[in-house]
Design a protein around this ligand. Structure first.
Ligand code: NAI
Length: 247
């Protein structure tokens, strides 16, 4: 189905974000690939163009509100509108609470929580201004619900993403803008491939139906489905894309 919308996707250089860029482009949307990894983001754009799709790259650090606002402006400048904002860039902020590395703590909150907040605000204001009945999708995690030791800051941010999505959905619904959180479980991307403790990967595999990590493209497919107008009942909701991840 060619939907021909404009989708802005953060974290588009890698993992779930990259696969979402490919999926939206394949379905006929114009994609703004946003990331602070320039090489990876440009590779995503090249891949889309080589398969006949349309995309541009915008370098952005989502922890900088002005850069996120400029990203949304750029999408409108290049393509004239913004229909979908996928606030997906994130980092895995590990560290136990009593010996927390405070730089990592602040970095995790800045990227995973503030980065998403800036995206909701910038896209929400622009969609409202342009009268667009858009959708804002934010990447949360099962770790927004389920606790595990050693990822104190990460849990805080993912719980925040869920509640920011619900709160923003209430305020934006009068403007016909939906806000949804998507919660993946254990996805086969660099964020968890880099775990030093390989036993942790095995324990994550054991928690999902089928015993294998979720592939990022299947999460991207879920995000695409959420974005469609037919999914209008999904608003202020958390959509689990987690293969039944159990605590
Ligand atoms: P990834 O590491 O493959 O992709 C994350 C992307 O975000 C990278 O391209 C990175 O350059 C970008 N990024 C990081 N900080 C940024 C910043 N300040 N500004 C702009 N871009 C930045 O990881 P993955 O797994 O694709 O992660 C995407 C989202 O999915 C994250 O929010 C993560 O927390 C979430 N998630 C991942 C799960 C997993 O098991 N992989 C499970 C649940 C949620």
């Amino acid at each position: 189905m060619a939907t021909n919308r404009v989708a802005v996707i953060t974290g588009g250089a890698s993992g779930i974000g990259r696969e979402a860029c490919l999926k939206f482009a394949k379905e006929g949307d114009r994609v703004v690939v946003a990331d602070f990894n320039e090489a990876g983001g440009l590779e995503t754009v090249e891949h889309i163009k080589s398969t006949g799709g349309e995309a541009v790259f915008v370098k952005v650090d989502v922890t900088k509100q002005a850069e996120v606002e400029a990203l949304v402006e750029k999408a409108v400048e290049v393509y004239g509108r913004i229909d979908v904002m996928f606030n997906n860039a994130g980092i895995g902020g590990a560290g136990p609470v009593l010996t927390q590395d405070m730089d990592l703590y602040h970095r995790t909150i800045n990227v995973n929580q503030h980065g998403v907040a800036y995206g909701i605000m910038a896209a929400g204001n622009k969609m409202k201004e342009l009268g667009i009945q858009g959708v804002i999708i934010n990447t949360a995690s099962v770790f927004g619900f389920l606790a595990s030791p050693g990822t104190f800051a990460y849990h805080a941010t993912k719980g925040a993403v869920i509640m920011m999505s619900k709160s923003a959905a209430l305020e934006l619904s009068p403007h016909h803008i939906r806000v949804v959180a998507v919660a993946p479980g254990a996805v086969d991307t660099p964020i968890i491939q880099g775990f030093k403790d390989k036993g942790m990967l095995d324990s994550m595999r054991a928690k999902v139906i089928g015993g294998e990590l979720t592939q990022p493209e299947t999460v991207a497919n879920t995000v695409y489905l959420i974005s469609l107008p037919d999914a209008e009942a999904i608003n202020g909701s958390v959509v689990m894309a987690d293969q039944g991840y159990a605590s």
